[in-house]
Design a protein around this ligand. Structure first.
Ligand code: CU
Length: 145
């Protein structure tokens, strides 16, 4: 009796795992293997006086498109400010640390308080989900004075 219950539970777990990996795989949009996101400006280690800056976002081997547009090999930029990359199989959060450029912007005005800050780009698909493989830049550190 116990054995049958355990087996039943294991079978349900296996079905659940198979199902969730299927839907996660289905939700990811493919990206070209050679796609590359990079921060054009500011450079790593930059010292910014006043805290207002433009961030220029670079992308190679794929295209920028507004959110909601489901075409091959495109996505929109997201800027991670003072945070690590979010889970790469889920929608990118939208808050002051995870900025979305859903109109297809490739530059943005930022205002940061004095201190050290990190910036990192992460591409998202039409649903704000990172691509497979994920396309993200190196994380840079800047100092605001
Ligand atoms: Cu987005």
């Amino acid at each position: 009796m116990l054995r049958r219950t355990v087996l039943g539970a294991l079978a349900s777990l296996a079905a659940l795992a198979a199902d969730s990996s299927f839907s996660a795989a289905r939700a990811r949009t493919p990206a070209p293997a050679n796609a590359e996101a990079y921060i054009i400006w500011p450079p790593d280690g930059a010292v910014i006086t006043g805290g207002k800056l433009w961030v220029r976002m670079g992308l190679r081997n794929m295209g920028v498109c507004p959110k909601g547009v489901d075409l091959p090999n495109v996505g929109h930029h997201h800027l991670m400010v003072d945070t690590d990359l979010p889970p790469l199989d889920q929608e990118i959060p939208s808050d002051r640390n995870h900025l979305h450029y859903g109109a297809g912007e490739t530059d943005a005005r930022l205002e940061l308080p004095p201190g050290k800050h990190t910036l990192q780009l992460l591409m998202g698909d039409y649903n704000h989900i990172p691509h497979d493989p994920p396309v993200y830049s190196k994380k840079i550190t800047i100092t605001v004075k």
